[in-house]
Design a protein. Sequence first.
Length: 166
Amino acid sequence: MSVGDLSALQFLVVDDHDHAREIVIELLRAFGARRLLQARDGYAAIDLLSNHEVDIVITDALMQPMDGLTLTRVIREAGSMTPIVMITAHATFAVLAEARDAGVTEFLTKPITGQGFLRRLDAVIHQPRPFIRTADYFGPCRRRRVDDAYQGPERRGVDVSLDDAY
């Protein structure tokens, strides 16, 4: 799998742990990214976003003093359609649902693998979901699966693993 040429895209990597942030940056460099910004928390990320055009935000979920979920909400409240990839070691269905409802584009659990990270980048670059606006949500469409055979009035829940859920 290849996401293509990433050298023209500007990435913002947000994580309060230096080592975790550096792993993501090195993976991006290995994939060909050259324009990389980094921030230690959501507040620093907002400062960078106000002064730089960013194509993709990659953020940890749990940070201090502003976490990735709050950062995502701030980005979406500003009307930004910038893809947001959230990475977390605390991958529960509750966190997944909160991330989805905040407007996260893709979700990845730690420890991350190059292949898993590449799949998420490929999804945001080559398979972008349409953005929707409702009274209480702005972000990528939260429906992940299209079942052409489904005939009912509402989507049915299915048992899936956490990696398949997002």
